[in-house]
Write a protein that binds this ligand. Structure first.
Ligand code: NAP
Length: 271
């Protein structure tokens, strides 16, 4: 039951209705017997600073940050971990003794999910579609884990060029994507394309390398990439593992405790 001692956490973003984090984090707080509660606030860009300062004042202990605030929030923090500094985005904040600390658990989430699935990126060729905040975490993960070549393509090509420069990848124009996909071991959708029914990725997959895999950051089956993977008969993974693992890392940062991935999977699939 909530009381005056309840420690409060929240996710801030816009839109926020699709977020699975409150279900997952509240379930873990309950399992750990912690007097904590996690909620979600829809925060428009123009209100971020005001809302953040207010929630701090009210004693909130931590936050997850999602689209479109992951970059802007960095200006409001006291300390930022080295990984989010290199990535250029923060998705988890700890408030301790009045100071704010920024982390990026999206990158930790994909790294842990690949490790769980025993997929190594070392020496591999990776094709990434998308050049938003999530793509930056994927690029950092690929770079840190010694991928051989990383290709990045995006609807707005200038953004792919800019991220390619930041992370030592090669920007590929959409019209040329198919040829680069054909030589890739791992094809990743790091864009929002596929969130809406009827979304179609703006590139084709004509041929694939033997043993190639497809990975969609979107937490749903039957995404646009999933359909292409089925057509080409290659292994497909959705973003469930990354979502759970980024949540686990955030929970560890806030509480020092390691929550259960299996119970998160159960509760997410039920709700
Ligand atoms: P973002 O910063 O808003 O970037 C969106 C990206 O998607 C941009 O590259 C954008 O292209 C592209 N895009 C959007 N709609 C498109 C469409 N209809 N056709 C083609 N391209 C489209 O978002 P983000 O933070 O990077 O998140 C991207 C996705 O990753 C979201 O679906 C999010 O749910 C997912 N995600 C999952 C996890 C997880 O734990 N599983 C973690 C983080 C994010 P333009 O640049 O041309 O606009």
């Amino acid at each position: 039951m909530l009381n005056v001692n309840t420690k409060l956490f929240a996710i801030l973003g816009c839109p926020i209705k699709q977020s699975r984090s409150p279900i997952m984090q509240n379930n873990w707080f309950k399992e750990a017997g912690l007097n904590c509660a996690y909620t979600a606030f829809s925060v428009e860009k123009k209100d971020l600073k005001k809302v953040f300062e207010t929630l701090k004042l009210l004693g909130f202990c931590g936050f997850n940050i999602t689209v479109p605030h992951k970059v802007e929030i960095m200006k409001l923090l006291d300390f930022i971990d080295p990984a989010p500094k290199a990535i250029g985005s923060v998705n988890t904040i700890l408030i301790k003794n009045g100071k704010t600390y920024g982390y990026n658990t999206d990158y930790l989430g994909i790294e842990k999910d690949f490790a769980d699935k025993k997929i190594s990126v070392e020496g591999k060729t990776i094709f990434i579609y998308g050049a938003g905040g999530a793509a930056k975490s994927v690029l950092y993960f690929a770079q840190k884990n010694k991928a051989k070549s990383v290709y990045i393509s995006n609807r707005t090509h200038s953004k792919a060029i800019s991220l390619a420069k930041q992370f030592g990848a090669k920007a590929i124009e959409l019209k040329d994507s198919s040829a680069y996909i054909a030589e890739s071991d791992i094809i990743i959708n790091a864009s929002s394309c596929g969130l809406n029914k009827g979304d179609k990725l703006p590139f084709a997959i004509n041929s694939v390398k033997k043993g190639a895999i497809a990975y969609d950051l979107i937490y749903a089956d039957n995404t646009a990439l999933c359909k292409l993977a089925k057509q080409k008969k290659i292994k497909f993974f959705n973003g469930e593992g990354m979502l759970i693992n980024q949540g686990i890392s955030a929970f560890e940062i806030w509480t020092g405790l390691k929550p259960s991935a299996a119970s998160a999977k159960r509760i997410l699939r039920k709700n």
